[in-house]
Design a protein around this ligand. Structure first.
Ligand code: FBP
Ligand code: MN
Length: 644
C-alpha cells in the first residue's frame, strides 16, 4: 500500500490509541446483526400511502410495541400508542383535547415519555450508541441519553434526579416535542435502509412530496422505473419524453404538478389547445370521486390532453426514422393512417378510428409540427429545464438512482431482463454492437447518464435512448413489445390495446431462469433473489408475488389507486432483516385521518420468504465489506506507524 496514503491517514489517527479504538469499534459493528432493509416500489405519486408505510415500518413499529407492551396494554391501547408513534404531532393534539385537567395530562405525559423511551431503547438495541445518538432529535440528545440510561439502570438512587428531568420537560412545555422526537427516532431506527424499486412518478397526485421525503431520508437508493426515466428524459432535453409526462398528467388530472409544483408555464400549450381542440370523451381526465372540478376545468384538461398527445405522436416519428435499430417502424401510425376513410391498419388488421382530433395534421406530412406546436415545445422545454425544484429532484434521482442494483446479494430491478421464449437473454444491436443482459443494462445506463449530462442536446442518440427505455421492445424498464397509447385513444376494439409482455414475465416463474439472471450479474444464485416491481401482482386472482421457489419476489401490489381494483390490495413491501425476508401485503389505505381516529392499521399479511438459519451479521453485508476494508487499512497503518 502506498505509504503516502498511510501518512495522510496518520494525520487523522495520530495516536496508537485512536487506531486501536477505531479497529475495535469497527469490529464490534461487524458483529452486530444486519440492519433492516425496507423495499417499496411503484409508488406512483401516492405520497400519503407511502408516508404511512414509512412511518409504520411495514408493521415493524407495531411489532416492537407488541413485544414490549403486549402483556400490559390492551389491543386498543397498543393501536393508540402505535398511532402516536406514526403521527406524533397530530395524535398528541387529538389526545390532549380529551383531558380536562393538568394533573391527568401530566400523568399521561410521564407515562407516555417513559413508554417512548423504552421503545426507542428497544428499537436501538442492535445498533451502536453512536448510531442511536445520530438518530436522536438534536435539541434533546443530552436529556434523552440521561433518561435512556435510566431505563437500563435498575438502581433506584438516581430516581429523583430522573423524575426531576421529566417534570422539568413537562413544565417547560417541551413534552410534545420530546415525544415527537422520540417517535421519529423510533421510525428511523426500525428501518436502516430504504430501496425504492422504481416508479415514483405519474398517475398519483404528489410525486414531488415523495421526492422531498426521500431527499430527507437517512439512507436510500432508487432503481429507476420507466416513469422515472420519462421525467429524467424530459429534463435531459427529450421533447417526446416531455410530451409524455404532460400527457399523463393531463390524463390523470394532475396538471398542477406541472404548473403549480414545478412552476412550468402551461399557458402557451393551453392557448394552442383552445384553438385546435374541443371536448372529446377519449381525452377527458380521470377524475377521482373526491375531487372537485368545474366543467370548465375538465374541458381545459381535455383540450390540453389532445394537444399534447398529438404533439407526442408527431415527435415519435423522426426518432423512429433516424434510429432504425429501435425497430419501431410499425409505430409510424400517423403515416399509416387513412385520413379519408378514417381508419388504420396495424399488424395487418384494419380498424375504424373513433374520437379523432387530427386538426393539426397535414396528411401529406403527418409528422410535421405546426410552427405553433414547435414554439410551444421550445417554451415548455425551456421552462422544464429552468425549474429549480425539478432540477433538485432530477439530480437526486440521478445521484441515488441506477437502472439496477446489486445489494447484499440480491438484484433489484424495476422492469425485467429482456429474454426470448427460450429464456436466452435478448440482444439489442446499438450502433453495430450487440448487447444482452447485464451488459445491455449497463449500456442503457451509460446513455441515460450521458443524456442527463448534456441537456442542451435534444436529438442525439443518448437522448433518444431515454425515450427508448420508456417504450422500446428491449427496454429493461418497459418489458413489453409495443406501447399502444394511440390505439387506446382512437380504436374501440380492445384487442388492439393489448401490450404483449416480454417472455421474462412468464419465465420468471422458473428457478433456473432466475438463477441464470443472478449469475449474469455475478451474484450467487444459491443466496440471491431478484426483487422486481413494475407489474401489479393480481393477488385477487390468486397470483403469488413469491415466484421461482423464492428466487423472485415481485413487490408491485398497487400503491397506485388506479390499479387497486386489479390487485385487490394496496401494495406490497418487503423487509429484509437479520432473521430473513418477509413480504408484507397492505390493505387499502384510505387516509391519515382514519388512522388517527380509529387507530386502524392498514396492515398486513406477512409471508416468510426466507429464514436465515443463523442471524445475519453486518459483516455479511455490503456495508460490512466496506468496513472490513477499513479494518484492513487501519491494521496496515498500525504496522507501518506504531508497531515498529
Ligand atoms: O393506464 P395508463 O395510465 O394509460 O397507462 C398505460 C401505460 O402504462 C404502462 O403500463 C406503463 O406503466 P407501468 O410502468 O405503471 O406499467 C404502459 O405499458 C401502458 O401503455
Ligand atoms: Mn413501471
Amino acid at each position: 500500500m502506498n505509504t503516502k496514503y498511510l501518512d495522510l491517514l496518520a494525520q487523522k489517527y495520530d495516536s496508537e490509541e485512536k487506531v486501536v479504538t477505531e479497529i475495535i469499534n469497527l469490529k464490534a459493528i461487524l458483529n452486530l446483526p444486519k440492519g433492516t432493509e425496507h423495499f417499496v416500489s411503484d409508488l406512483h405519486g401516492e405520497y400519503q400511502a407511502f408516508q404511512h408505510v414509512l412511518r409504520n415500518g411495514s408493521g415493524k413499529v407495531k411489532e416492537k410495541i407488541t413485544d414490549l407492551f403486549g402483556e400490559v396494554l390492551s389491543e386498543e391501547e397498543i393501536n393508540e400508542f402505535a398511532t402516536l408513534v406514526y403521527y406524533p404531532e397530530e395524535k398528541i393534539t387529538l389526545l390532549k383535547n380529551a383531558f380536562d385537567n393538568e394533573t391527568d395530562l401530566n400523568q399521561w405525559y410521564t407515562e407516555t415519555i417513559e413508554r417512548m423511551l423504552k421503545l426507542t431503547s428497544y428499537a436501538s438495541s442492535k445498533y451502536t450508541r453512536s448510531k442511536l445518538r445520530k438518530a436522536l432529535p438534536t435539541q434533546f440528545v443530552y436529556v434523552i441519553e440521561e433518561l435512556l440510561y435510566k431505563t437500563d439502570n435498575d438502581l433506584n438512587n438516581k430516581e429523583q434526579y430522573y423524575n426531576k428531568i421529566l417534570q422539568q420537560i413537562i413544565s417547560l412545555g417541551q413534552a410534545d416535542k420530546l415525544i415527537a422526537g422520540l417517535a421519529y427516532t423510533t421510525q428511523r431506527l426500525v428501518v436502516d435502509h430504504l430501496h425504492v424499486v422504481g416508479d415514483i412518478y405519474d398517475r398519483g397526485p404528489e410525486p414531488d412530496k415523495i421526492m422531498e421525503t426521500l431527499i430527507n431520508y437517512h439512507s436510500v437508493d432508487i432503481q429507476w422505473g420507466n416513469h422515472d426515466v420519462l421525467w429524467i428524459g424530459a429534463f435531459a432535453g427529450s421533447k417526446v419524453c416531455l410530451a409524455n409526462i404532460i400527457r399523463i398528467c393531463a390524463r390523470y388530472n394532475n396538471l398542477e404538478i406541472i404548473e403549480d409544483v414545478y412552476g412550468i408555464n402551461l399557458r402557451p400549450l393551453l392557448n394552442l389547445a383552445e384553438k385546435y381542440y374541443d371536448d372529446n370523451p377519449a381525452f377527458r381526465p380521470k377524475v377521482q370521486s373526491d375531487e372537485k372540478q368545474t366543467n370548465h376545468e375538465v374541458l381545459q384538461s381535455t383540450k390540453i390532453h389532445q394537444a399534447i398527445a398529438m404533439i407526442q405522436f408527431k415527435l415519435e416519428s423522426p426518432i423512429i426514422k433516424r434510429r432504425s435499430y429501435f425497430n419501431m417502424s410499425e409505430r409510424l401510425l400517423l403515416e399509416k393512417l387513412d385520413y379519408d376513410r378514417n381508419e388504420i391498419t396495424i399488424h395487418g388488421k384494419t380498424y375504424p378510428l373513433e374520437n379523432t382530433c387530427f386538426s393539426t395534421i397535414n396528411p401529406e406530412k403527418p409528422d410535421e409540427l405546426l410552427e405553433e406546436e414547435k414554439e410551444v415545445m421550445d417554451k415548455l422545454l425551456f421552462s422544464v429545464q429552468h425549474s429549480e425544484k425539478l432540477a433538485r429532484h432530477m439530480n437526486f434521482l440521478m445521484k441515488k438512482g441506477s437502472l439496477y442494483l446489486k445489494y447484499n446479494g440480491n438484484l433489484l430491478i424495476h422492469g425485467c431482463i429482456p429474454l426470448d421464449e427460450k429464456g436466452k437473454m435478448e440482444a439489442m444491436t446499438i450502433e453495430n454492437k450487440s448487447y444482452a443482459g447485464r451488459e445491455l443494462l449497463d449500456v442503457f445506463e451509460h446513455y441515460l447518464r450521458h443524456a442527463f449530462a448534456h441537456p442542451e442536446e435534444t436529438d442525439d442518440l443518448a437522448t433518444d435512448m431515454v425515450w427508448y427505455l420508456w417504450t422500446g421492445e428491449y427496454s429493461s424498464l418497459f418489458g413489453k413489445r409495443e406501447m399502444t397509447t394511440f390505439e387506446r385513444y382512437f380504436i374501440n376494439d380492445k384487442e388492439s390495446h393489448k401490450e404483449k409482455k416480454n417472455p421474462y414475465y412468464h419465465l420468471r416463474e422458473y428457478e433456473n431462469i432466475c438463477r441464470d439472471i443472478l449469475a449474469d450479474f455475478d451474484l450467487n444464485p444459491d443466496h440471491g433473489h431478484i426483487i422486481n416491481g413494475h407489474t401489479p401482482v393480481k393477488e385477487i386472482s390468486g397470483e403469488n408475488p413469491i415466484k421461482a421457489s423464492g428466487k423472485m419476489i415481485v413487490i408491485d401490489g398497487g400503491f397506485s389507486k388506479a390499479y387497486q381494483s386489479t390487485t385487490g390490495i394496496a401494495g406490497y413491501t418487503l423487509l429484509f432483516n437479520s432473521y430473513g425476508m418477509q413480504l408484507v401485503a397492505h390493505k387499502q389505505f384510505n387516509s391519515k385521518e382514519e388512522v388517527l381516529l380509529n387507530g386502524a392499521d392498514v396492515l398486513s399479511v406477512k409471508r416468510l420468504v426466507d429464514k436465515e438459519l443463523e442471524r445475519k451479521k453486518v459483516q455479511e453485508t455490503n456495508v460490512g465489506e466496506e468496513l472490513l476494508r477499513e479494518v484492513h487499512i487501519l491494521n496496515r497503518l498500525m504496522e507501518y506507524r506504531y508497531l515498529n
